[in-house]
Design a protein around this ligand. Sequence first.
Ligand SMILES: [Fe+2]
Ligand SMILES: [Fe+2]
Length: 324
Amino acid sequence: MTYVLTKTASNMDLAGEFVPQMSGLHTLQRVRRLRQRYVTEAVLHDRLADLPRQLTQPTLRPWGAIAWGDVSPDQLIGIDRATFCATLLGTINTEAPIRGYTQSSRQYLEQLYPAMARFVGGRVDESGNLVEIGLWEREEKRHTPALAKLYTMLSGEKPNIVPHAARPYQPADDPHENLYRHGLHRVATEYGAACLYIWMMAHSTGALQAVLAELLIDEINHMTKFWGFGLWAYPDSSLLKIGQTLGQAMVQKLSDRTTQGSLPHTLRRMMHELAWQQWSPTQRLALLYTFDQVIKALWAWNRTLTPANLDALLGESHATASAN
Ligand SMILES: [Fe+2]
Ligand SMILES: [Fe+2]
């Protein structure tokens, strides 16, 4: 760990120091501490280096022991219970239905990158029945039940889960380009989830925060693997290309309601779903600050990834061949 526990253990947690009456500045400091703890260059390198092994021998990352019985509403800090629970409910509805998400991703990847398709969505037989569940799905499917349990413990009620329909796979003339758009969307949603869990951890402590940490570690793991894989498969991708693709997604959304690349729609829906309208200005600022902190760490790491070391890790990229 990069910081030293100089205070008594009772007012320190995974996000550093906390005080019951947190100021806006305190919240931002907690976000920064969480970023420094969970999204370091060493962590990102390690999570990407783990990908080849997971492609051949998928192994579920075990969660640490969680003291579920200790979760209680007095572990919320700088946020009231109703607002936190509204956000939690939105998160539950955004995490589900993971089966739909993994199966559409599998279809986008299947012909171009079968090993990665298996990692995200498992395998199907000739009749299209799922015969093996992908590692991404196995790890993600723990999230909804954990969040639902937290919701029940904090609110005293069972969450009313209303999952979205996952956007189905849309074939296109250029599968390589189609996968690029889809992959960007997936990286963006893993990044959004990671940032949201950092924000939730900044507003919580104790066992509640420890549960959220497990979800955060999963999201960072997936985000990093998808990002690194994307950079390997699309070595010609640049900030400009990403910007163009996202821009296209915005324009397409206006003219074509069936497009799979409707990122602004997803973001708007997510903010509404997460009860953003109930958040205080400080809480909103803390999320924007989280987005900024995490993207800066990702770009710094991204600069260290060269096509040569990605090829050394994942084999020679056949992006050019598959584009023809
Ligand atoms: Fe998740
Ligand atoms: Fe995720």
